[in-house]
Design a protein around this ligand. Sequence first.
Ligand code: URA
Length: 278
Amino acid sequence: MTALMDRDALEALLAFYRDAGVDAAIDEQATDWLARGEAEARAQEAARPAARAPDGERPAMPAVQRPQPVSAAGAPPAPESAVFSAREAARSAGDLDQLRAVLEGFDGCALKATASRTVFEDGARDACIMFVGEAPGRDEDIEGKPFVGRSGQLLDRMLASIGLDRRTNAYIANIIPWRPPGNRTPTPQEIAICEPFIRRQIELKAPELLVCVGAPSTETLLGLKGIMKSRGRLMPFQAGGREIRAIATLHPAYLLRSPIAKRLAWRDMLTIRQVLGL
Ligand code: URA
């Protein structure tokens, strides 16, 4: 097609894509994501093992991990049924690897159709601290890991300032594991569908301290509005049957836009350091 287009036409096409929120090239060919949803659902259904393995062992994939129903138009299921399926699916995971697999097989959130990867985790699974941000951006979508772009680099510097490092003693995830198109804010429905998964991830990870990074994470997990009022305060958090401590802090993306607020984030980091006895 490009051979037939002159430079002006190509530039206009690129501008159209940019205005539509397309900011990363993922493949040489355009993909019909809606058609893919139906085709994948059929392929996964065909490949699904029998509900009970002949030797009585657990099936490789529990029944609740079945692909979610896809409507004739290829649209995801209704929000309530997607939240219900998400709860069931999250509960079925007995460890972090299973949870990742369950999430990768879950088709109840429309964000998955436009994201190129499921961004599940980064860092040390045995860390006593877990950071939870909002959602992957372009860089995270490409790499498949949370907080690897500019915000992530600042987060790494914040961690380093109190002796933390994602390779050895910090664990990182997001409330949403799929990049919203064009980095738009996730809708309340998308958050509600993804929430059971991050809650189960926290439960399975079982950190001593949970750090909610930014307002959406703080609102979703701690139920607190107004990040400026909520940040920096230690509070209890129920992770399964266990009570752990939680704290909210400012999002590095906000700190990049408002460097003056870095002093508040620094105070939060000092509180975290004190709690962990670093
Ligand atoms: N912002 C987030 O909240 N999470 C990421 O992974 C990247 C940017």
